[in-house]
Write a protein that binds this ligand. Sequence first.
Ligand SMILES: O=C(O)CCC(=O)C(=O)O
Ligand SMILES: [Fe+2]
Length: 348
Amino acid sequence: MSISASYPPAFRRMINDGDPKDIEPVLDKDKDIHIPVIDLERLNKEILREACKEWGIFRLENHGVPLELTSQLQEISESLLSLPFEEKRELFAAVNSPLSYFWGTPALNRSGDALKRGGTQASNVNMLEGFNVPLSKLPASTCCDDGAQHSKLESFRVLIEEYGKHITRIAVSLFEAIAQTLNLDLSGDRRSELLSESTGIIRVYRYPRSSSVDAAGEALGMEVHTDSSVISILKEDETGGLEIMKGEEWFRVKPVANTLIINLGDMMQAISDDEYKSVKHRVKKKDMTRERHSVGYFVFPERDCVIKSSNYKPFTYSEFEAQVQVDVQALGTKVGLPRFHPKSPLFL
Ligand SMILES: O=C(O)CCC(=O)C(=O)O
Ligand SMILES: [Fe+2]
């Protein structure tokens, strides 16, 4: 099977199926940047505070996720993602599970299906595909068939569940430490209201090996965005492509083996009263000869927990999410926190 048969048809005309050696290397214009490093076994609150305030993103080492688990998960994910497109689609539709397969956009609805985009962005295809996995629904999802692909899917489910336990543990520890740096009161159930484990989602992404490039000779993987989460945790492979905005400039974050990338999302920005920032980021692939694989984890407040802060009108995560979906469908893009800013002309 040619590799492009596993890509969504909308990607195929943009994919070069030739010998990777024939693909011209791309000029590398963006600058590299070293983001702060946090050691989970020896958490230093001052370094953590600085990383959240100045960067909104940091690298995590000594996180305790077994290497074996990550590589098994990567292997099975790659194997499922490289199935022929139609087979992948049918497999995920057939198992009647909360898992979904998506492509062309990271903006999904609550069922994990791609949102139709409006506005001038309607035709912008993000060159990515992936599986969306809501962790709390995972134990209930069962496989109905003992075919080879279904048993692969079952192994994927088991590995994701295990990975999800580790990553949830990390998110909770980091959130508690970050809350201390903000002197947040987490008494009673407040911790699990602000960071609700049951909302955790994992997304396994694949960015095609080579694709059409922009004027700068770079392939758009994922458009510029901030995450809506409290905390996001990214495991990327060694291909690279993640970029962050610092000041008014874009910088490339180089991959480092055995580490995770933590970024703060919009909910953390609001909870911290804008003290900590939800970092703007994107994926732009420069190495056209290889696919990029990454695994993202996103965790949110409880749906009806009210987030109060001085710069935004009080809102629940449900309201925020609904507004994002309305904006993506009407304007083609997320507006995010400015929608809830009382002084903003965007305030509804
Ligand atoms: O795949 C990546 O490296 C980035 C993913 C990301 O930013 C997201 O899913 O929000
Ligand atoms: Fe993101």
